[in-house]
Design a binder for this molecule. Structure first.
Ligand SMILES: Cc1cc2nc3c(=O)[nH]c(=O)nc-3n(C[C@H](O)[C@H](O)[C@H](O)COP(=O)(O)OP(=O)(O)OC[C@H]3O[C@@H](n4cnc5c(N)ncnc54)[C@H](O)[C@@H]3O)c2cc1C
Length: 492
């Protein structure tokens, strides 16, 4: 992100940057929203920006939602979930003053040129900021090569990423920063419906776009076997969870009305499975953390005057909400945004060298410790270890594209224990998580995996073989501390 923009902005300008020096094109017919992360029609800062500018310039709005097949882990599982989201967006945008152009690439490189073709008749392009991918990679072209101004909007979390000037070593240090900085932004929410009272001219797509990159038909693509025609990994099968904003909102409603009141005591009990299960929807942008926060605040009858004035850095008590809400917000805001801030400031977020110094020193010291058990990536992938609880977690990942949050920690710790060294363990965790988890490939994939090797944690004693000072977990202790009987049965 480079320079601030000049057109007036209806939310904190810290979320908005111009990423090239090209001018706004007064001859253009529309504002182009290149929807690549916030894949939804509501509670979306980037879409709000696009509608604001379209209204200001009196031009139409074209929303292109591309889906590429050359992402390393693109599979039937990830694509089906994304396309279910597209089906939802198509339905919702049908009655709105915007042209929706879903586009699904069938072979790698097929989308090359699409953005430039759309840009040729645009006044301005708006897109989403993604901390784990470079802009040229996301656009398929260097921003400077685009003929019109490109604006990038950070709608990732409650705290704009630009407020931070570094990454944070622990959740505690980041929480202190949140407590200081967040009050200024807590009421700066995106509009639930950016189309309210909006009237815009109709848009026709450039002829080249209609000819070379015809709009996809999400309904037809979801019909039996149509995903087979795409150059993606067909071995990773779709899961029952349905993608899209409506499913995300209905899961949020169910969580707040049924599971939420037990969150503090029950979130770490795999047999009960009472966490929100919203991470995949957050990852695909089918729901925003702002909407989740706002629904929770409404349920709690909360307003920002209840925030504690002093930054405490403590896990609970600062928000002025119930204990369940405070615990949930510590995950949704503190932990989630800690990971986003880390990836925003660091390029080594998925590498061994991105671990803290104390952790690498300890891991190096224990690098040659004998490993009583070693499993290959293939054995781990097919859940063929001696440990029934670990195998059950891996099977949940294979079948459902998720692992209960408490067991996910054990899953990572054991992969480390059973691998020749921490570097190999890191690679295996990233590969299995990113390939099979619906919420994989997210900033928090690398936070969670890094945490298993000491990131955002402290040194623990007693120092142990293999783990050194890295926090240790065992399946026997986990099974003693929580209830896993039903879980084991379910995923046996
Ligand atoms: C080895 C390992 C790998 C992980 N990989 C991912 C991943 O690929 N994608 C991902 O989003 N999370 C990942 N996590 C973090 C965490 O396990 C999941 O976010 C959580 O289990 C999702 O379930 P939920 O939505 O029911 O969470 P809830 O308990 O309902 O929490 C609400 C939201 O808060 C956020 N959150 C919760 N726990 C964490 C956490 N520890 N760190 C960061 N954010 C959190 C998520 O966005 C989540 O949806 C990983 C953790 C570990 C230990």
């Amino acid at each position: 992100m480079t320079t601030p923009t000049t057109l007036p902005c209806s939310f904190s300008a810290l979320r908005l940057q111009s990423s090239n020096q090209s001018p706004v094109n007064p001859q253009g017919h529309y504002i182009l929203y290149w929807m690549i992360a916030a894949r939804r029609c509501r509670w979306n800062f980037a879409l709000q920006r696009a509608t604001d500018v379209a209204r200001e310039l009196g031009v139409g709005l074209l929303i292109c939602e591309p889906l590429f097949c050359d992402d390393p882990f693109a599979s039937d599982r990830t694509h089906r979930f994304s396309i279910e989201g597209m089906r939802e967006n198509q339905k919702q945008l049908n009655s709105k003053p915007a042209l929706y152009w879903p586009w699904v690439e069938t072979r790698p490189g097929g989308g090359r040129g699409l953005l430039e073709a759309l840009a040729s008749e645009a006044c301005l392009i708006v897109t989403d900021y993604v901390p784990t991918a470079s802009l040229p990679h996301l656009l398929g072209v260097a921003p400077e090569k685009l003929p019109v101004r490109l604006e990038v909007v950070d709608g990732n979390g409650l705290l704009p990423l630009a407020v931070t000037d570094k990454d944070y070593p622990t959740a505690y240090s980041f929480r202190r920063q949140l407590h200081k900085a967040l009050p200024a932004f807590i009421d700066d929410q995106p509009l639930a419906d950016p189309f309210t009272k909006l009237r815009l001219p109709a848009v026709t797509p450039p002829r080249k776009v209609a000819e070379c990159w015809p709009a996809a038909d999400p309904v037809a693509l979801l019909a039996k076997n149509r995903l087979n025609q795409l150059a993606i990994d067909h071995r990773v099968r779709p899961v029952p969870l349905c993608g899209g904003s409506t499913s995300a909102e209905s899961r949020l409603d169910d969580f707040l009305s049924e599971d939420f009141t037990g969150y503090v005591e029950q979130r770490n009990i795999p047999d009960l499975d009472r966490t929100s299960r919203l991470s995949a929807y957050l990852h695909f942008g089918h729901i925003s953390s702002h909407q989740i926060f706002s629904c929770l605040a409404e349920k709690e009858g909360w307003d920002s005057s209840r925030l504690a004035l002093k930054p405490t850095g403590q896990r609970s008590g600062w928000w002025g909400m119930s204990e369940h809400a405070e615990a949930f917000l510590d995950e949704l805001v503190t932990w989630r945004e800690l990971g986003y801030v880390f990836c925003h400031h660091r390029t080594d977020y998925a590498d061994y060298r991105g671990l803290p110094d104390w952790a690498r020193t300890s891991l190096n010291l224990h690098r040659n410790d004998p490993r009583p058990r070693l499993y290959s990536k293939e054995e781990l992938e097919s859940a063929e270890t001696h440990d029934p609880l670990w195998n059950a977690a891996q099977r949940q990942l294979l079948r459902e594209g998720r692992i209960h949050g408490y067991l996910r920690m054990l899953w990572g710790k054991k992969i480390f224990e059973w691998s020749p060294d921490a570097q190999i363990a890191l690679q295996v965790m990233v590969e299995l998580n990113d390939r099979y988890a619906l919420d994989g490939r997210d900033p928090n994939s690398y936070s969670g995996i890094g945490w298993c090797l000491g990131r955002f944690d402290r040194a623990w004693g007693p120092e142990r073989p293999i783990f050194g000072k890295i926090r240790y977990m065992s399946s026997a202790n986990t099974a003693r501390k929580t209830s896993v009987k039903k879980y084991l049965k379910r995923y046996s």
